[in-house]
Unconditional design. Structure first.
Length: 215
């Protein structure tokens, strides 16, 4: 082959940093509306194609391991699972109070622009999680596990919050639910990072450079 393309620096290094491999990061629409005020209180959103195993696994883990810890302190907290084709294991999660499973929706961003915050509680997976980029673009502050980051150039406490374990994850979600100032700060920093590094225009430029080298 002349050139191969991966979406993250992490994947590039995992494949041996071969000179014929190029990185072209995923991106989001820079026209996505940033919503900073008027969000619903105590709503945590998780988005993606829910039939994809890492997404279904993350939703189940969050509801079973994290949400009870959050609801112990904030019983009215809702967890929205937003995306197409939720498998039966995810559909059954609605048996727990506060859990909403939407199935397919015409606009993921519509929900991200309403939720208090977004989570990416991935327990496995690779590549860049578009759900993180989309939430950052929409103004929803993010709590994520390291599996959800995929080499994104983000800093804990500046662009989002990162947690590895259930209790830590719950503590950070609760911190954001309590602290409007922190939500605003993270959301603003995250959107600036999107505009600087993760628009589709920048992704296309990286692809075009790889194509030009191949030709």
């Amino acid at each position: 082959y002349t050139r191969a393309i991966v979406s993250t620096q992490m994947d590039y290094e995992a494949l041996g940093s071969h000179p014929r491999i190029r990185v072209a990061a995923n991106g989001v629409d820079p026209g996505c509306a940033f919503v900073g005020e008027g969000r619903k209180p105590n709503v945590v959103a998780f988005t993606g194609r829910i039939s994809y195993f890492p997404n279904a696994d993350a939703a189940v883990w969050f509801v079973r391991q994290v949400l009870p810890l959050i609801q112990h302190q904030r019983p009215d907290t809702q967890f929205w699972i937003i995306g197409a084709d939720p498998p039966p294991a995810v559909q059954k999660l609605t048996q727990q109070p506060g859990v909403v499973v939407t199935g397919y929706v015409p606009s993921i961003t519509h929900y991200l622009q309403q939720a208090t915050l977004a989570v990416a509680p991935m327990q496995c997976g690779s590549g860049i999680q578009n759900k993180v980029l989309e939430a950052m673009a929409c103004g929803a502050p993010v709590v994520a596990t390291p599996f959800a980051l995929g080499g994104l150039e983000v800093c804990h406490g500046e662009h989002l919050l990162i947690a590895c374990h259930a209790h830590e994850f719950a503590d950070l979600v609760l911190q954001l639910l309590h602290d409007q100032r922190l939500r605003r700060e993270l959301a603003g920093n995250a959107r600036r990072l999107i505009d600087e590094k993760y628009t589709w225009e920048q992704s296309v430029a990286q692809l075009e450079a790889a194509y030009a080298q191949a030709l």
